[in-house]
Design a protein around this ligand. Structure first.
Ligand SMILES: NC(=O)c1ccc[n+]([C@@H]2O[C@H](COP(=O)([O-])OP(=O)(O)OC[C@H]3O[C@@H](n4cnc5c(N)ncnc54)[C@H](OP(=O)(O)O)[C@@H]3O)[C@@H](O)[C@H]2O)c1
Length: 258
């Protein structure tokens, strides 16, 4: 299926590794121009170089989505380079889960600042561009946002807030032809799992297998980052023109709720 992304411009936050990098790769192979941001400049440049080798038209902007000025600069540079933005993928994030009584106010603030406000400020900054031609916002969340378990805070609460933001914003922006959706991730291969395996000194496949067993993933395996990229690219593409205000689980059946 031609996703009709040729000539479009997409911002992917957290695009230097994992799911964001896989999506950026899928988008450039579909002919989209892609702006990626992340905090670490070295990995960001390496990912941008890889995407450019694939023939991609890529802008790499070192930016922390918790810094409002950095986010404004990211969007300004997109406008300067291409004069348009067709989609924003709010993907930047890190795992944060602990027992309730151990989570400090500062940790609650930090998690909401990264996951809820990071997405909020990036979307707000890009809205004037998105409204020009119509467009899409995709919030990358986690299945814990719909079905939190014990020990999943603060992330599950930040993700639940992201779900509410997705639905409310979809209603506000429908009249501007800007669609807003969420993708709820279960267990999908990415940099965070690679790093966790390295720090435990075990092969990444062993970690995947352990987590699949522990969680009881019905399809019996970790998701592949390309599988995330397929669905995310579709959701931001014009082929998903009638899809807005929804949140899709991508989890091999793991979530107990639809
Ligand atoms: N993979 C999964 O199984 C899974 C499950 C549930 C939810 N998710 C969510 O999916 C998203 C992608 O996760 P992933 O697994 O692909 O993680 P990852 O491999 O660790 O990649 C995260 C990306 O986000 C960037 N990033 C982190 N903090 C940032 C910040 N403050 N500002 C800008 N960029 C930032 C990272 O680069 P720098 O560190 O250099 O900034 C990196 O490019 C996250 O929101 C994550 O919470 C993933």
């Amino acid at each position: 299926m031609d996703l009709e992304l040729d000539g479009s411009v997409v911002i992917v936050t957290g695009g230097s590794d994992g799911l964001g990098a896989a999506l950026a790769e899928r988008l450039v192979t579909e002919g989209a121009s892609v702006a990626i941001c992340a905090r670490g400049a070295e990995r960001l440049e390496a990912t941008a170089a890889h995407l450019t080798l694939l023939g991609g038209d890529v802008l790499a902007v070192p930016a922390d989505v918790t810094e409002p000025a950095a986010v404004e600069d990211l969007v300004a540079r997109v406008e300067q380079r291409w004069g348009r933005c067709d989609a924003v993928v709010n993907n930047a994030g890190t795992a944060a889960a602990s027992r309730f009584e151990k989570i400090t106010d500062e940790q609650w603030h930090d998690d909401l600042d990264l996951k809820l406000l990071g997405a909020t400020r990036t979307t707000r900054a890009a809205l004037p561009l998105l409204r020009r031609h119509g467009g899409a916002v995709l919030n990358v969340l986690a299945i814990a946002g719909k079905a939190p378990t014990g020990g999943s805070m603060p992330s599950s609460v930040s993700r639940a807030a992201g779900l509410a933001m997705t639905k409310a914003l979809a209603g506000e922006l429908a009249g501007d032809a800007v669609r807003v959706n969420a993708l709820l991730v279960g267990l999908i291969e990415s940099g965070q799992w690679r790093r966790r395996a390295e720090s435990r000194g075990v092969p990444v496949q062993q970690l995947h297998d352990e987590l699949v067993e522990l969680a009881g993933v019905p399809l019996g395996r970790f998701g592949r980052s390309e599988e995330f990229a397929d669905l995310a690219a579709f959701l931001v593409s014009p082929r998903a023109a009638y899809v807005t205000g929804t949140a899709i689980n991508l989890d091999g059946g793991l979530s107990p709720v639809t």
